[in-house]
Design a protein around this ligand. Structure first.
Ligand code: HEC
Ligand SMILES: [Cu+2]
Length: 386
């Protein structure tokens, strides 16, 4: 296991920034709840609106979009969606009951006279009822409700044969996707884009190349940790073809946020065609000799390009950090695990600025290579489509 590369200074700044935000929020709520009477008078109407409105806005913005668990697109995600609503509903009931009890304590003027024994008995009832029985009942109910959800994500044998198997490898900070070949054929390997068949279960075999990551496609279900040195399998299904967002869900170092995965579910035939295109033997483009030579010199030790001539690869350079397979880079929708959209000139731009676009990412800066060469390499890589 490697250590997480970190940027202590920025992390501290962020932490203190976050802390001050949290404090402002807490102060606001304390003022609103009337615990500090003097503070309450200072809180004007618009502040109150903003304080109540902000969390609501957050709630609303989470309801749609390609990363929302509240917009399920597959059977496991739907099951999880109902567990979520059940938990939410139940927690609302508990909160309302507590709130009502709290208000009730204000309304009661006179304390009934009780002996210490009676007091103790009442206390005990609350402790047993609210502290033991209620949580126990809630947990059992939740377990009953959630068990089928968990089961649907386990790769159990299927009546109709085997589920499609796709291997996902987590790297700092990008995704490697491997499709097992048929009878000894070469694997199809790509990065930061996951293509899967829709309308059937798919087993994702999850592994990590360095630290702990987690695989999460919110609209399809999950998530599941990717632990170095072992593998786990998660079964997911997309109801219909579509594009979904995915994100690493376990903090894995400085660029954890920029570890996005573009997921595309396709009809079975389209999926097969997509794989077949990538399995076909490939020839390198003619007439891009300079770009290919420079690529062999500076890049090929870390990046595989299927069919790239072995004799051009400079093996002397340090390449203990593997980079994404670039064989079909020109056909991918994004660069740098979601940092840049793929468009003309994007690769050259990424090559020059990747350490500013994604600070601390594990590709070394290319300052020693002149801009023209980088642009040449970029233009050549953009032609790399199946
Ligand atoms: C020491 C190994 C190493 C070397 C040398 C290297 N790279 Fe990289 N490269 C990486 C890693 C690691 C990443 C993933 C960065 C990330 O997204 O966090 C990457 C990312 C990329 C990407 C984006 C891929 C994607 O799927 O979005 C491109 C394009 C790329 N490199 C091209 C090059 C070119 C061209 C060169 C030579 C000029 C080069 N690399 C040299 C390790 C390397
Ligand atoms: Cu992560």
């Amino acid at each position: 296991m490697k250590r997480v590369a970190g940027d202590g200074g920025t992390a501290l700044d962020r932490a203190s920034g976050l802390f001050s935000h949290v404090r402002v929020l807490c102060d606001g709520f304390i003022a609103l709840s009337g615990i500090q009477r003097s503070a309450r008078q200072r809180v004007n109407r618009s502040w109150r609106l903003a304080l109540f409105g902000l969390p609501l806005l957050g709630l609303l913005s989470g309801c749609a979009g390609e990363m929302s668990i509240l917009d399920p697109a597959g059977p496991s995600a739907s099951a999880q969606f109902w567990v979520w609503w059940a938990m939410f509903g139940f927690s609302m009931v508990v909160a309302l009951v507590l709130f009502a009890l709290w208000l009730y304590t204000f309304r009661r003027r006179e304390q009934p006279k009780r002996t210490p024994r009676e007091e103790q008995r009442i206390m005990l009832r609350w402790v047993i009822g609210g502290g033991i029985l209620l949580p126990l009942a809630s947990i059992v109910a939740l377990l009953v409700l959630a068990a089928p959800t968990g089961r649907s994500m386990i790769p159990l044998p299927l009546p109709e044969g085997e589920a499609e198997l796709i291997e996902v490898v987590g790297h700092q900070w990008w995704w490697e996707i491997r499709y097992p070949g048929e009878n000894g054929e070469p694997d199809v390997v790509t990065a930061n884009r996951l293509v899967m068949p829709a309308g059937e279960p798919v087993d994702f075999r999850l592994v990590s190349a360095d630290v702990i990551h987690a695989f999460w496609i919110p609209r399809l279900g999950g998530k599941r940790d990717m632990v170095p040195g072992r593998h786990s399998v998660l079964r997911l299904e997309a109801d219909v073809p579509g594009v979904f967002g995915a994100q690493c869900a376990e903090y894995c170092g400085a660029q954890h946020t920029n570890m996005l995965l573009h997921v595309e579910a396709m009809e079975r035939e389209d999926y097969e065609a997509w794989l077949a295109e990538r399995r076909a033997p490939r020839e390198l483009q003619q007439g891009a000799d300079e770009a290919q030579e420079a690529f062999g010199e500076h890049c090929a030790a870390c990046h595989t390009v299927e069919g790239f001539p072995q004799e051009l690869i400079n093996d002397d350079m340090a390449h203990d950090i593997p980079g994404p397979d670039l064989t079909d880079i020109g056909s991918r929708p994004t660069l740098g695990a979601g940092v840049l959209p793929m468009e003309e000139g994007a690769i050259a731009y990424w090559l020059e600025h990747h350490q500013t676009l994604k600070p601390g990412n594990r590709m070394p800066p290319h300052n020693h290579i002149d801009t023209e060469t980088l642009q040449d390499i970029g233009a050549w890589l953009e032609t790399m489509e199946p």
